[in-house]
Design a protein around this ligand. Structure first.
Ligand code: HGY
Ligand code: MN
Ligand code: MN
Length: 407
């Protein structure tokens, strides 16, 4: 078996985590910020040093291509290197850097595979600054037009198109022009299952559906002391009621239903003024599309009911909506086979988080490999995966990529 240099992988993870480093050992490299640019430049440098032909496409996706013996559709692996503002050091980065280690291992063993091998990182997977999330891979898979993607803007009105130009990553390649034979994404689980069950490898069968909506509520600001409760038109009250409703709904529905009010802005945000404006987001997810639709409908009905009673206006803006995705069963089986061949315990599972792989499944057979997240923590600076698990996941990736690259 061709061994993977896990020490070098750990070193690369540490070095990349040093860009946009934040208190507590995490990193903040929001998509298309200066920190993201620096992270991109570092990884592109590593790709070039590993002999890859680097292509940057029109939405800023970066693909490093290693020639094969024959000019066939490549085996592609990768993920993202943008992070949320309170990011850990493994989410996304691990899959990209492990892909790079696969290439280096093949280089050092002087192995040229039949098929080319590509290592990619996609733009704005997180969706923390620009929505929707998985923006770059969605464009790559043909799910979103370039102009619509360029127009997506952050809270300060800066657009994806302008920011891509500003950081020098609006590239010449046509997104999706390179159609992979198969796509594999190695990723941390970001949830508690593998860690709780002490299982080494997650064989990911699907990604749950995602519904992101931003609500803007308009009420009437008023004196917190003199305004009787019966006269209030409190935008903040509606926002708070949705947060509680989403939690109770998820608990009542059970299964994989989750609901989060993650972002909330009140105006004027003063202790003694009834808020006249609230802007908040609702993130609903479920592995079952019908149940996700039910959750969306019940949240919308709750908002309409409370808005009428509170006499506030509500505007809704859909930020992202993706149905659940089932990965290629044959490829999923092969992930399981390679993990078991290494003597690693496995369990089949859905992904709670969104991933670029869910977009790539639209254009080629795709599967994911999970490794445990300690205490299930992610999108948190304390995100951690043990070195042995990082190494094990990367070895599964290397063995499966090599096999696929010979078919
Ligand atoms: O939100 C997600 O699931 C991913 O981190 N973009
Ligand atoms: Mn991720
Ligand atoms: Mn993430």
């Amino acid at each position: 078996m061709l061994p993977l240099n896990d020490r070098r992988l750990l070193g690369a993870l540490d070095e990349l985590a040093g860009i946009g480093a934040i208190e507590g050992g995490g990193c903040a490299r929001l998509a298309l910020t200066d920190e993201d640019k620096l992270g991109r430049d570092l990884v592109v440098g590593w790709m070039k040093a590993a002999g890859l032909e680097v292509r940057v496409d029109a939405i800023g996706n970066v693909i490093g291509l290693r020639a094969g013996r024959e000019n066939l559709a490549p085996i592609m692996t990768g993920s993202h290197i943008d992070t949320v503002r309170t990011g850990g050091r493994y989410d996304g980065n691990y899959g990209v850097l492990a892909g790079l280690e696969v290439v280096r291992a093949l280089n050092e063993a002087k192995i040229v595979t039949r098929r080319p091998i590509a290592v990619a990182f996609f733009t704005n997977e997180e969706g923390a600054r620009f929505q929707p999330d998985m923006l770059g891979s969605l464009v790559y898979a043909g799910g979103l037009g370039l102009n619509e993607a360029y127009a997506a803007a952050d809270k300060d009105g800066r657009s994806v198109g302008d920011e891509l130009r500003r950081i020098g990553y609006l590239g010449p390649a046509k997104p999706g022009a390179l159609r992979p034979h198969a796509f594999l994404e190695l990723h941390i689980e970001q949830g508690p299952i593998l860690d709780e069950e002490k299982v080494r490898i997650g064989v990911v069968e699907s990604v749950q559906g995602i519904s992101w909506v931003e609500y803007t509520v308009t009420g009437v600001s008023n004196h917190a002391g003199t305004t009787p409760m019966r006269l209030r038109r409190d935008a903040g009250y509606l926002a708070a009621s949705v947060n509680v409703f989403a939690r109770k709904l998820a608990q009542e529905m059970g299964g994989n239903q989750v609901g989060t009010v993650g972002a909330l802005l009140l105006r004027p945000n003063l202790i003694n003024v009834v808020p006249n404006r609230a802007v908040f987001t609702v993130d609903l997810r479920n592995t079952d599309e019908a149940k996700l639709k039910e959750a969306e409908a019940r949240v919308a009905a709750h908002i309409a009911e409370v808005a009428a009673a509170e006499r506030v206006e509500v505007e809704a803006k859909v930020l992202a909506r993706f149905e659940p995705v089932i990965f290629d069963t044959g490829l999923v089986d092969r992930v399981e086979h390679h993990a078991k061949a290494l003597g690693l315990s496995t369990r089949r599972m859905p992904s709670g988080a969104g991933h670029d792989a869910q977009m790539m499944q639209r254009i080629c057979p795709t599967a994911m490999i999970f490794v445990p997240s300690v205490a299930g923590l992610s999108h948190n600076v304390k995100e951690h995966t043990e070195a042995a698990d990082l190494a094990a996941g990367a070895q599964v990736l290397l063995n499966l990529v090599r096999e696929l690259a010979e078919e």
